[in-house]
Design a protein around this ligand. Sequence first.
Ligand code: 5AD
Ligand code: SF4
Ligand code: FES
Length: 366
Amino acid sequence: MDNILKTHKILKKDFLNKDDLVFLLATTGESFQALLDKAAEIKKHYVGNIVYYRGLIEYSNICSKNCFYCGIRGGNKKLDRYQMTDDEVIEAVVFAYKNNYSSIVLQGGERNDKSFINKITSLLQKINKATDNSLGITLSLGEQTEETFRIWKENGARRYLLRIEASNRDLYRKMHPDNKKHDFDTRLESLYTLKKLEYQTGTGVMIGLPFQTLEHLAQDLVFFRDFDIDMAGMGPYIEHEDTPLYQYKDLLLPRKERFELSLKMLALLRIILKDINIAATTAMQAIDPVGREKALKAGANVIMPNLTPVKYREGYLLYEDKPCTDEEAEHCMNCLESSIRMAGDDIGYGKWGDSKHYFNRINKSK
Ligand code: 5AD
Ligand code: SF4
Ligand code: FES
């Protein structure tokens, strides 16, 4: 059958199986555009043309793990390590509050020691105090025990982002050291715990990893659907010189293709999970100067403007060519506003922009 006819036929189906997803991931030209158009239509219908901001605070680059792809892995000795002071965090949070961002994400390397856990708990209290409990707080601080997740939730965290990175076990193993600290099942269990504790639960993968196939990516999408995620953050894998995975750089797709594959993943996720929140990630902008706008048009509805103090930005380079490393939050705010409007969306200032999917899911189960 003609490619475009087959594309339209698949896009009309209510349920896309893995083969359909693989087919759509391979589309080009007119069929690729039909996929993007379908995602834009579903976005408009289910979540509207509104973008929600999550002010991103890259709290610390100290990490006890050693993921093979990541520039801030513990094993990278070329890096100066930092942790923001409480005052710096509060300053960033107040910026978000005053500018009506309504939500923040506290992200950082993974640590499981008591002093770190207590630190985050006390920061949550301080953040809530400084903003009259008015901010939607998301944490992205790696795998933790149920007890820790519970304490953080009791202290005001509502959402948690924990990317599965690669939902295929074998691929996951290739991307991480083979030890207890980097165990696929533990990561999965953390995700289930978050869901059990009624966090709005977000996950995601990297796209264009060495050894990754279209079948792997289709499997990722099926994983998101089966897990019934509320939020997603995913973007292209971008190599970093000071990491073990860099040795495979010649196996990678050209960056433009990695970017297009990422757009297809976003579009397909919007098509299969309709009412979830999907981020236009920084990695998309790192490859294409208008990557964020393209991501919004392909179905994304969340942007995470960086609120990390500029002096720390160089310390949080997960990958090469990360954008906005010199731009103060205020500068980015103006830049972002115009680019979002260019993409045809409005900004949901003053709204939490919770995942609609979360409430639909919770109501269904009650
Ligand atoms: N390229 C793209 N994304 C990366 N991350 C880490 N290293 C890279 C890289 N080289 C992503 C991971 C992690 C998130 C914080 O950053 O998916 O979950
Ligand atoms: Fe640490 Fe996350 Fe980087 Fe892995 S991806 S090394 S857990 S910061
Ligand atoms: Fe930072 Fe445009 S978003 S300069």
